[in-house]
Design a protein around this ligand. Structure first.
Ligand code: ZN
Ligand code: ZN
Length: 343
């Protein structure tokens, strides 16, 4: 089968290779990949900016159809349309795994960087990580379930938005826009997405088309705008999905006293310089969000089937596996939101 492989450590070293179809064990299923989404982490692996175990088939966001079922698998059959949590190799015995938090198990090695992933014609997956795609959700839409589940886990399950809340989402990437949709699903009142000049062409435009208020921080004063919109109270919840020091700092400034900040972005810096004391005096709740849980995937698929979370407007680029380099370059420039491979 054809697969996009990071062949060894270092910058570059990505090749399309002809590799054997994976052999599934008795508790695994073999899946024909239909659609796979490209994530920022895939670009980081390309540039050697994160941890990975080469040679490895890339890709952790996908949808597909089961074509083989292991002998011990219960509840799944050939022909089922599925998505899968990427939490492979979670140990199952540590404190985190036993308390239902396999997504942060220190032994986890996810598909796409830890073990072979979804930028290939076929992938094998342990059956306990599978979720069924609702009949009215397409493979294209479902392929974005992983980033959607991350956003949902953060905004709906970790931060608990309340009806009528004023929510500000900093960052216009797929996860930022999905976080805004999750806030809307929870009954938030006003939702504003902030971006920069470069986001005007596509990302902020899509945000507006999705019905969100937008603000370009390079053109407008965010503190003033939040103050006007909230009648000087401040935002009830700020979701930091940009991963930039300046936006973490801004989050502290614009959140109301005793308000919530939910952190989704990763800065890539060793340390960040933020208004720590201001956060203390305002008695802010700062919550860190990472990855996705079983519950967030199930709730996400429900919201997708109800069209409350709609991932299709976020798909700005479609390509074949052979076109990977062009696609990665376009996404890296911020010219789109989400790119997908169609098999
Ligand atoms: Zn991802
Ligand atoms: Zn564990």
């Amino acid at each position: 089968m054809r697969a996009l492989v990071k062949t060894k450590k270092g910058k570059g070293f990505i090749e399309i290779e002809d590799v054997p179809i994976p052999h599934h064990s008795s508790n695994e299923v073999l899946i024909k990949v239909k659609v796979a989404g490209i994530c920022g982490t895939d670009i980081h692996i390309w540039h050697d900016k994160m941890l990975y175990w080469p040679p490895v088939i890339m890709g952790h966001e996908f949808s597909g159809e089961i074509i083989k079922v292991g002998a011990d698998v219960i509840g799944w059959k050939v022909g089922d349309r599925v998505v899968a949590e990427p939490h492979t190799r979670a140990c199952g015995v540590c404190w985190l795994c036993r308390s239902g938090n396999i997504h942060i198990c220190p032994h986890k090695r996810s598909i796409g960087w830890g073990i072979d992933g979804a930028f290939a014609e076929y992938i094998k997956m342990p059956s306990h990580l599978l979720h069924k795609i609702p009949g009215n959700v397409s493979y294209e839409e479902a392929a974005l379930c992983e980033p959607a589940a991350i956003a949902l886990n953060c905004v709906l399950l970790t931060s608990r938005v309340k009806p009528g809340d004023f929510v500000v989402v900093e960052g216009t990437g797929a996860v930022g826009l999905l976080a805004a949709m999750a806030a809307r699903a929870a009954g938030a009142g006003k939702i504003m997405i902030t971006g920069v000049e470069q986001d005007e062409k596509v990302r902020l435009k899509v945000a507006r088309e999705l019905g969100f208020e937008t603000l370009n921080v390079e053109r407008e004063n965010i503190q003033e705008k939040v103050s006007i919109l909230s009648k000087e109270k401040g935002a009830d919840l700020v979701v930091e999905a940009a991963g930039v020091e300046a936006s973490i700092d801004t989050a502290i400034k614009i959140t109301r006293r005793m308000g919530d900040i939910a952190i989704l972005g990763i800065t890539g810096q060793k340390k960040v310089n933020i208004l720590w004391d201001e956060a203390v005096f305002k008695v802010l709740n700062i919550r860190f969000c990472f990855s996705s849980t079983y519950e967030s995937w199930e709730r996400c698929l429900f919201l997708m089937s109800e069209r409350i979370i709609n991932t299709s407007p976020l798909i700005t680029h479609t390509a074949t596996l052979e076109e990977w380099e062009k696609l990665f370059s376009q996404l890296e420039k911020g010219n789109g939101i989400k790119g997908i491979f169609i098999f």
